[in-house]
Every structure is written in structure tokens, then in C-alpha cells.
Design a protein around this ligand. Structure first.
Ligand code: BUP
Length: 467
């Protein structure tokens, strides 16, 4: 009821690309003393990074309550070869009815609003209606991807002839996206991810609002089209609240001194804008052969580089040696100018470091927004999922270069070390991209500063929680 103290229950999903931005929203809300916050913790977590970050959140915000959810047994053999995080989404969706009692009987005061990860939207929104609780969806990709999710049911319903996949999608007021740029599973209408995507797209229209980690200046057309009802008439309010700030910012454990040899300590010894930061996210499936070409390209470029190397999709079982992957002698040859780490790094902080001059990235959306916030030019090499759509946003914003024809998961072609060397050198010295990136960083700062578009969007969201 009006005037009552809001109690918001957050329902996250799996994968760091989902969890990290979610934790950032939770932290933003938990900093308000007059809002109660609960977080559904699904056990066991898929990766060690997820477990660590959840523990970090509860340590930093003792007021945040934790509501444990134990998943029902899930037989993954039904989906051979699928990504473990995607399977977790399916497992969670099949256990979603267990959320009902958690929401209804959650600790006093009564849960007044839910913020759910988009992967669970089609299950959680109906439960929230039954329980008469506000439901906001946290969307973890760009507004352009949100417009795709919203429009896909309309697109499929209006197609006379269905191919094996969704086909090219022409999103009204936004842009036309060729099928080859969509997440790979959408080429198969029977894929479990495609079914989830369509179900969530159909249901999201019934949400009370949508939170997106983007900002108005970054995606003006997509945000306007969503808000004007051009994509889907009557679409819920879209609150662009990015770039989201780190969930540990301004807490006691945020400022620790850097151990010698750590990436930040190493960066401190390098000249300004001299280092290429290379990272393809948490669960990239870059093949061994491709990794070796990247190594060759970096070596031949003569540039300094910091490479966060992941060799398995889930961090828990990753104990391969760097030398096994990149070939023996590589580390020796680049000693002093190249640092390769398999450890978790604070990417947000690295991107703000003055020694970094370029980010070679898979263009996962969080990485893109972190780069935009840091005014860091991107060399975008999308690998899968929403990453080509994200790279379209980078290219149209001009703060990075999209390698549109470089390979994509599932394609055989290797991008050679020579191609990588040439492009890295070229973009490292591209003044126009650097200026555009700095400008984007300024726009990002303006958006979250008091009175800015994202600041006001966040205020508006908090206002709704109190209504
Ligand atoms: Br790896 C790594 N440190 O060592 P994306 C990643 N990150 O801070 P992805 C670190 O994880 P999914 C590391 O800054 C970003 O916020 C990074 O999200 C952070 O891609 C996040 O960029 C990664 O959206 O998403 O990893 O592909 O995990 O869902 O596959």
C-alpha cells in the first residue's frame, strides 16, 4: 500500500554476464536505507565466480536478506551439448513454481515488488500477478536486444512461411537484423533457448517496468522506439539506468592495496594508453587454434597487452596451464610486455586504467557498457549470443570498430595472427575512434550524474516501488 516501506525481492539467473549487472542494481537499491531488499540465491551456483560474488554482496550489505532456493532435480541429458548456464536457466524455469511460496511467505515486511532476471520472466510475471506484487524485469543486454525480444513474437505471428529459424528480423523503428547476426540458437525454432526467448518475449509486455543497463545517449533510437510503442504497442516503461556502478563501490572492501605482480600493479608500470586489454568474457568458447592465432597476433603487433584467458566454460574445472594452450615459449618471448592471467580480474577497474589504450573484446554487453563508461575504444570481435547485436551498437556509436567478418562460434574459419596484428595496430592508433570513445565516456558520466537521464530513470523506478 501507499507509503509503506518497500520490500524488493530480486530473482537472479545464472552466468556472470547476468549476475554482475544484477548485483549492481541490488547494491544501488540496498544503499537506500528505507528500502528492504531480499535476494533469491539458487543453490548450488554454477561457477565459482558466481558463488564468490554473491558472498561478496552479502558481506558488503548485511541488511540484504538471502532467500535460498533449492532446485528440483534436473536431467541435463535431455539437452546434450548445451552450455551449462543455459541449462541452468531451463532448470530454474522448471523450478519456478517454488518461487511462489518464497515471495508469498517471505520474511516480513511482505514482498511488495519483484525484480526478476529476464530469463525467468515468463514464469515470474504470472506469479507476481496472482500475488498482486509489482514485477520489474532486469534485462541484461542492450536496448536493441530488448527490442528484438519484444518484437520476435509479433514477427513470428506475422510470417506466412516459417523457415527452420526466426529469419531476418526487421524491428520497427530500430533496425533490421539479419538472421546471421542473431544469437545462434535462434536459427532453430526447436532449440530450448529459442523457446525460452519467445516465451519471455510474449510475457514481458505484462511487466510493470523494465530496467536496462544502457543510457539514452548510447541507444537513442531503440529506446525511443520501445517507449513510443513502435516496437510493440503498450510496451511497459523502459528505465535505462546504466552504466551501473560496481556493487562493491564505496564499501569497506573496495579499496585494497594491489599485490605485486597483479594486473593493476603491472599496469601501473606501463606508459599511458600503451596496453591492449584482451578479454572474451567468462564462458567464451574460443578454440585452441584460434587462441594461438590471437597470441601470434599480439606478439607480432609489438604492443603491450594484458590478456584474461579463459579456456573452459565453467571456471570450476579450469586447471589447464597457459603454456599448454598458447604454446611453449610464448610467455618467455613476450615477457615484460605481455601479461596473461587466468584469474578473475576487476575488469571495470582495468578499463579505467590510464595505461590501457584498447579493449579487444567479445562485446558481451557488460563489457561494452564498462568500456563506454571508461571512454575506452573497443575492437569488437563478437563470438556468440547477443554479441553481434551489441557490436552493431558499438559500431553505430563510433566508439569502437566491429570486425563484422571475423569468425563466430560454430564457423570453421580461423582469423589469422596476421589479421589480428594489423587490426590491433590500426585501431590502437585511430585518433577518431579514441575521440569518439572519450565523448561516449563523458555522455555516460552525464547520464548517471545527478539530473542525468539514467539518474532520473533510477529515481523513477524507486518512486514506483514506493507507490
Ligand atoms: Br572473465 C571476467 N573479470 O575476469 P559480459 C569478467 N569480468 O570483471 P560474458 C570481470 O564479467 P556471461 C573477469 O567485467 C563483465 O562485467 C566483466 O559480462 C566481468 O560477457 C562480466 O561482458 C562479463 O556481458 O557473459 O562473460 O560473455 O557470463 O553471461 O557469458
Amino acid at each position: 500500500g501507499s507509503g509503506a516501506r518497500p520490500h524488493v525481492m530480486f530473482i537472479p539467473s545464472a552466468g556472470m554476464g547476468h549476475l554482475l549487472p544484477f548485483l549492481r542494481v541490488i547494491a544501488a537499491l540496498a544503499r537506500h536505507d528505507d528500502v528492504d531488499v531480499s535476494v533469491v540465491t539458487v543453490l548450488p551456483t554454477v561457477s565459482a565466480a558466481e558463488a564468490d560474488h554473491l558472498a561478496g554482496l552479502f558481506a558488503a550489505f548485511p541488511r540484504v536478506r538471502r532467500a535460498d532456493l533449492h532446485l528440483l532435480p534436473f536431467d541435463a541429458s535431455e539437452f546434450p551439448g548445451h552450455d551449462p548456464f543455459l541449462l541452468r536457466w531451463e532448470a530454474l524455469r522448471r523450478s519456478a513454481h517454488l518461487l511462489r511460496p518464497l515471495i508469498a511467505c517471505g520474511a516480513a515486511p511482505r514482498v511488495s515488488a519483484i525484480v526478476t532476471d529476464v530469463t525467468l520472466a515468463s514464469h515470474v510475471i504470472p506469479i507476481s500477478k496472482e500475488l498482486n506484487v509489482q514485477c520489474h524485469v532486469h534485462f541484461i543486454s542492450c536496448a536493441t536486444m530488448l527490442s528484438l525480444l519484444a518484437y520476435i513474437p509479433v514477427h513470428l505471428d506475422s510470417k506466412a512461411e516459417l523457415g527452420p529459424g526466426v529469419g531476418d528480423v526487421d524491428i520497427p523503428g530500430v533496425r533490421r537484423i539479419p538472421e546471421s547476426y542473431l544469437p545462434q540458437p535462434l536459427r532453430d525454432l526447436n532449440n530450448v533457448f529459442t523457446k525460452q526467448f519467445i516465451d519471455n518475449g510474449r510475457e514481458i509486455i505484462n511487466a510493470d517496468g523494465i530496467l536496462v543497463n544502457t543510457f539514452d545517449a548510447l541507444e537513442p533510437a531503440a529506446l525511443a522506439a520501445l517507449r513510443d510503442g513502435k516496437v510493440v504497442p503498450g510496451f511497459p516503461p523502459v528505465n535505462a539506468i546504466g552504466p551501473l556502478d560496481s556493487h562493491t563501490a564505496s564499501t569497506a572492501n573496495a579499496k585494497q592495496s594491489e599485490p605485486a605482480g597483479s594486473p593493476v600493479a603491472w599496469l601501473g608500470e606501463q606508459p599511458a594508453r600503451s596496453v591492449v586489454y584482451v578479454a572474451f568474457g567468462n564462458r567464451s568458447a574460443v578454440s585452441r587454434d584460434q587462441l594461438r592465432q590471437i597470441a601470434a597476433g599480439l606478439e607480432a603487433s609489438g604492443c603491450r597487452f594484458l590478456w584474461v584467458l579463459k579456456t573452459t566454460t565453467v571456471d570450476k574445472d579450469d586447471n589447464t596451464e597457459v603454456e599448454d594452450v598458447l604454446g611453449c615459449g610464448f610467455l618467455e618471448r613476450v615477457r615484460g610486455r605481455g601479461l596473461v592471467t587466468k584469474a578473475w580480474v576487476d575488469q571495470e577497474a582495468l578499463l579505467k586504467h590510464p595505461a590501457v589504450g584498447l579493449f579487444l573484446s567479445h562485446s558481451g554487453w557488460n563489457s561494452v557498457v564498462e568500456a563506454a563508461a571508461a571512454g575506452m575504444p573497443l575492437l569488437a570481435w563478437p563470438r556468440g549470443g547477443d554479441q553481434r547485436v551489441n557490436a552493431m551498437v558499438v559500431a553505430s556509436g563510433g566508439f569502437g570498430v566491429w570486425m563484422e567478418h571475423w569468425s563466430w562460434d560454430g564457423e570453421d574459419r580461423l582469423v589469422t595472427g596476421e589479421e589480428i596484428r594489423e587490426k590491433v595496430k590500426e585501431v590502437m592508433s585511430d585518433a577518431a575512434v579514441r575521440v569518439r570513445a572519450m565523448k561516449t565516456g563523458e555522455e555516460a558520466a552525464k547520464a548517471v550524474a545527478e539530473g542525468g537521464t539514467s539518474y532520473r530513470s533510477m529515481q523513477e523506478f524507486i518512486g514506483k516501488l514506493r507507490a
